[in-house]
Design a protein around this ligand. Structure first.
Ligand SMILES: Nc1ncnc2c1ncn2[C@@H]1O[C@H](COP(=O)(O)OP(=O)(O)O)[C@@H](O)[C@H]1O
Ligand SMILES: [Mg+2]
Length: 244
């Protein structure tokens, strides 16, 4: 298996606080990797650093064999190779659902409007929101908005999809529809790195689970190992809080 995304020795501080302390992580194409860990362990920072949304202090990030942590790379060009969805949907409130989905294709990738909209409608169909193309985001439920955010993130055919606790801000009854969509994307072969507190989902869908604690990877492995037979006491202690 060839590595698609690899980080080696990532260090990141905010002021005096070391948030990532020598993180190594890699994803092969089509991998689905769940990033778990307590609040403040550095999950979001890691995702943001990998996607070049946050500068690193030290380390190496490679995407498709290219050193994207080299300060000479065109960061905007690299960012366009990732799709990202965050806890808060961050849709543009003044744009229609369809315009939200097609904006990056049209502006960053210079796809003509008609082609971008054809593809946008296809994506909305795929996320079950074909009938919402002309609505504004505030007319949609949180779960629907998050599905639009996912459609937007995959509209440019990103090489890696970064998902940061995308169901954490949703009412419980809206979580399933979003997780089902992620499950579909995973089944379709999308390469996904997702920070999540949905342990049952991670167990079900991830190929690998990475446990982050205090800015270090304590343990990683297949879900059956992490959830069933974790080697490290800290992993077991963390997981015990979810099953208590
Ligand atoms: N932009 C920032 N400025 C200062 N501190 C930050 C910033 N982003 C994150 N942190 C700090 O980094 C630590 C890890 O945060 P984060 O990566 O958000 O963890 P997680 O996503 O696992 O909850 C926290 O202590 C947080 O307060
Ligand atoms: Mg976070």
């Amino acid at each position: 298996m060839t590595t698609l995304l690899r980080a080696t020795g990532l260090w990141k501080s905010f002021g005096e606080r070391e948030v990532l302390r020598g993180v190594d992580v890699d994803l092969a194409a089509h991998d689905v990797v769940a990033l778990i860990g307590a609040s403040g362990s550095g999950k979001s920072t890691l995702l943001r650093c990998l996607g070049l949304l946050e500068p690193i202090d030290d380390g190496l990030i490679e995407l498709g064999g290219e050193d994207i942590s080299d300060p000479r790379v065109n960061a905007n060009r690299v960012r366009a190779r990732f799709g990202a969805v965050f806890q808060h949907f961050n849709l543009f409130p003044h744009l229609s659902v369809l315009d939200n989905v097609t904006l990056a294709s049209r502006v960053v990738h210079r796809v003509p409007r008609a082609a971008a909209e054809d593809r946008g409608r296809e994506l909305l169909q795929r996320v079950g929101l074909a009938d919402k193309a002309r609505e504004h985001p505030d007319r949609l439920s949180g779960g629907q908005q998050q599905r639009v955010a996912i459609a937007r993130a995959i509209a440019t055919d990103p090489e890696v999809l970064l998902l940061d606790e995308i169901t954490s801000a949703l009412d419980p009854e809206l979580v399933t529809e979003v997780l089902e969509l992620v499950r579909q994307l995973a089944a379709d072969g999308t390469t996904i790195l997702m920070a999540t507190h949905e342990m049952a989902f991670a167990r079900d869908v991830a190929d690998r689970v990475v446990f982050l604690d205090g800015g270090r990877i304590v343990e990683q492995g297949p879900p059956a190992q992490i959830f069933g037979a974790a080697r490290e006491a800290r992993t077991r202690e963390f997981l015990a809080r979810f099953t208590a």
